[in-house]
Design a binder for this molecule. Structure first.
Ligand SMILES: *Cc1c(COP(=O)(O)O)cnc(C)c1O
Length: 361
């Protein structure tokens, strides 16, 4: 058995060893029940305690006000791209979207089936290297909600502050940035995050939604996609992804042990700066993203001499630095530095990059 590699994959991503070991130690026998969490009925008191504990921990970590529901739903973030308009349009016919990369584009593409999309701003002209000035945004007062992608996982572009959108409810895809920094939940109508980047195994999405935002869904909406019904049934209209929910709870406890999201933000800031500073000082590697919106979770970079990319990736792999290949739509390299990636891992990456450069020059 070896966990001696460093996994820079964007997701499903590496998890803290401590929670993997805890899950392992109680895999066959959870709290002297003689059963695995996988084998416990979702309506039992045992699972109820797991579910409630996870929800409470997340509420503690993010200071989620009482007038927000927290839902633990099956499937991924892409599903929410459709479910959100079904729930939030409520008689309105358009929604605002900030277009900052591939995930926001996908969200618009799927929502288009249900409403008109007003593109508030687009980073397309800059080839998705920056977010345009908020003074130039075209917000529509008639929009049912404003959707943005807090961190564009593929392009490496992140909002460093919550966008100002007036009184229209703000919806944020925080799949790849949740738990990496403090957020003021009260500024949002809805936050959603698929688990596999910074929460736990793939297959579940956390939705945090203001209670007053919920109302009648579009007429054809399946019951399972109706947030109001899911909230009423505590995300258990049918069997929820129980093991994922349990793993999320372990992660939330781990986040608390690290000092919460305030401490993790400092750590993530240090980790990403280490890599960006090295890249900026180099004439061998580059990153084109505007420094004001560089992602702290997914650092994209490339070699000035792109012919060396394959060699770089091959040698990185053989040095225990795994999954640095950029997204298939982006090319180059991407180092994902979620909470579970230790600072020493980024130091090792930078050492490798320095050494690779030295041997090529
Ligand atoms: C990974 C990711 C998604 C897609 O998640 P799925 O669970 O695969 O649907 C959506 N948005 C962002 C920001 C992501 O990082």
């Amino acid at each position: 058995m070896s966990r001696s590699i460093l996994n820079f994959g964007a997701g499903p991503a590496m998890l803290p060893e401590a929670i993997m070991l805890q899950a392992q130690s109680e895999l066959l026998d959870w709290q002297a029940t003689g059963k695995s969490v996988m084998e416990i009925g979702h309506r039992t008191d045992d699972f109820k305690s797991i579910a409630e504990h996870a929800e409470q921990s997340l509420r503690d970590i993010l200071n989620i006000p009482d007038d927000y529901h927290v839902l633990f739903l099956a499937a991924g973030a892409t599903q929410q791209f459709s479910v959100i308009p079904m729930n939030l349009l409520q008689g309105k016919t358009s929604a605002d979207y900030l277009h900052t990369g591939i995930w926001s584009a996908k969200a618009m593409q799927l929502a288009k089936r249900y409403c008109d999309i007003n593109v508030v701003c687009s980073s397309e002209q800059s080839n998705f290297t920056t977010i345009s000035d908020a003074n130039d945004w075209q917000l529509a007062a008639k929009a049912a909600y404003v959707h943005y992608t807090d961190n564009e996982t593929i392009g490496g572009l992140e909002f460093h502050s919550v966008p100002e959108v007036g009184t229209v409810p703000l919806v944020s895809d925080m799949t790849s940035s949740i738990l990496s920094k403090p957020i003021d939940v009260s500024r949002f109508g809805l936050i959603f995050a698929a688990a596999q980047k910074n929460i736990g195994p793939a297959g579940m999405t956390v939705v945090i939604v203001h209670k007053e935002l919920l109302g009648d869904v579009l007429p054809f909406t399946p019951d399972l996609f109706d947030y109001r019904l899911q909230a009423k049934e505590k995300s258990m209209m049918n069997t929820p992804p129980t093991f994922n929910w349990y793993m999320a709870g372990l992660m939330f406890d781990w986040v608390k042990q690290q000092g919460g999201v305030t401490e993790l933000e400092k750590l993530n800031q240090r980790k990403s700066s280490l890599l960006y500073d090295f890249i900026d000082a180099s004439s061998f590697y580059k990153n084109n993203i505007d420094a004001a919106c560089r992602s702290r979770m997914n650092v994209v970079f490339s070699l000035i001499d792109e012919n060396l990319t394959d060699d770089f990736l091959k040698l990185a792999e053989s040095n225990g630095l795994h999954a640095l290949k950029g997204h298939r739509l982006a090319g180059g390299m991407r180092a994902s530095l979620y909470n579970a990636m230790p600072e020493s891992g980024v130091e090792q990456l930078v050492d490798f990059m320095r050494e690779f450069e030295r041997t090529q020059c």
